[in-house]
Write a protein that binds this ligand. Structure first.
Ligand code: SF4
Ligand code: SF4
Length: 397
């Protein structure tokens, strides 16, 4: 397993001068841009999961993207910024996302927003989960990829950061199919790791200036974290990010499977962290999680340990639950649900601002992928713990 260094630099705000200082320092610490040569075309795979203003802390902040583009073009490269958000993967839909995320101001003669919406077939025989798949074709047209993610909680995977960001290489409308193909959390986490190993980005950067806690990755609350991180590999980087928000390998499935595959560390103590900003100073001890439903397994294969693991898993079991009075009846959860577990029904308790309809979930069909929670535009779909899990959750903090 490689011990690729992670640069951790304090960054207090999205003011351009502060971002410039912090990002430049972070990249210098690991000689991050050494691979960039004049004439190269660099693809920045940002997190543009949904159309949202930069200050909502859902998507990669445009000021950070702006500074990275400046550094790349100064080295003689051209840049394409892209992602496949949740929803349609069409020019009109994605261009609307670019607009909401404030990306058009980044365009120049050397910087473009992706306009190639082709879809390609990929084969990856060495993959654990994803031996064949479809992906966004624009990634074939660049010489190197930089993953630029945002540090947020994630209902299914525990955390959305460098590794999870690469799921945006799958076209939006195809993503639900992958949830159906790999409903088990571990298999799905392996999909994320497979994507990182297939595309092998040359560099990963994390926007952890303002992150998201609670009902992430789109409906939680903004939380100031105050850091920019970078590394040439994603697993140690995600381990450091997880540690900053109070998580470890057992809370983040992608870290767990990466370690099992010999790709990532078991603990943050194994990661070499560069920079003056110490991990202890960067930690946010009361950072609110989205869910810890898969967070504890007892090691060893004894029957007693298996029973303990099952009991804890049941205690922590979660499900999506709609807050009727916040639901506007937009049907996005219904249209996104890969298991077709949602029917829209009329309800007198629905938000007065909406259509009067709310989603009803068929629990026997639900695979707990939390896509409905991820893409609800008003945060009306919540992650619900059972009462025992809730109590254990509170005790743990
Ligand atoms: S109801 Fe929500 S969590 Fe369940 S399968 Fe559908 S989208 Fe996934
Ligand atoms: S729960 Fe959210 S996504 Fe679903 S209909 Fe209500 S507002 Fe729309």
């Amino acid at each position: 397993m490689s011990n690729t260094p992670v640069a951790l630099v304090k960054c207090d705000s999205y003011e351009y001068e502060e971002v410039k200082r912090a990002l430049d320092e972070s990249l210098d610490l690991i000689d991050a841009l050494d691979f960039v040569k004049p004439g190269m075309k660099i693809g920045i795979k940002a997190n543009l999961v949904t159309g949202s203003a930069a200050d909502k802390a859902i998507t990669t902040h445009p000021v950070l993207l702006k500074r990275l583009c400046e550094l790349l073009t100064k080295k003689g490269a051209s840049v394409v910024i892209g992602d496949s958000p949740g929803g349609l993967y069409t020019p009109a839909f994605v261009q609307n996302i670019y607009k909401s995320c404030g990306l058009y101001e980044l365009e120049s003669s050397s910087v473009a927003l992706n306009s190639d919406f082709s879809i390609k077939d990929g084969k990856f025989p060495e993959a654990s989960s994803l031996k064949s798949f479809t992906y966004t074709g624009w990634l074939d047209d660049v010489d190197a990829i930089i993953g630029f993610s945002k540090l947020k909680t994630h209902a299914m995977m525990g955390m959305s950061c460098a590794v999870k960001n690469m799921f945006g290489c799958i076209p939006g409308t195809t993503k639900p199919e992958y949830h159906m193909r790999f409903p088990d959390e571990k298999a799905f986490a392996n999909v994320m790791v497979d994507l990182n190993e297939f595309f092998k980005p040359a560099l990963y950067i994390v926007d952890a200036i303002d992150g998201m806690e609670g009902n992430g990755p789109t409906a939680g609350e903004k939380r100031h974290i105050g850091a920019v991180l970078s590394s040439k590999r994603p697993y140690g980087l995600d381990m450091v990010c997880a540690s900053m928000i109070g998580m470890g390998i057992s809370d983040v499935q992608t870290l767990l499977v990466a370690n099992e595959r010999g790709l990532g560390p078991k603990d943050v103590s194994e990661v070499s962290i560069l920079g003056n900003y110490g991990l202890d100073d960067a930690r946010i001890p009361d950072f609110k999680r989205a869910t810890i439903h898969q967070s504890i397994t007892f090691e060893g294969g004894s029957a007693f340990n298996r029973i303990k693991s099952i009991a804890v898993k049941l205690a922590y079991s979660t499900k999506p639950l709609v807050k009727k009075d916040e639901c506007i009846g937009c049907k996005k959860c219904h249209d996104t649900c890969p298991a077709k577990a949602i029917t829209m029904v009329s309800s007198s308790g629905a938000s007065k601002k909406g259509t009067g309809n709310i989603p009803q979930i068929n629990r026997s069909k639900c695979i707990k992928c939390f896509c409905c929670q991820e893409f609800c535009p008003v945060g009306a779909m919540k992650v619900h713990y059972n009462p025992v899990g809730n109590m254990l959750n509170k005790m743990q903090r």
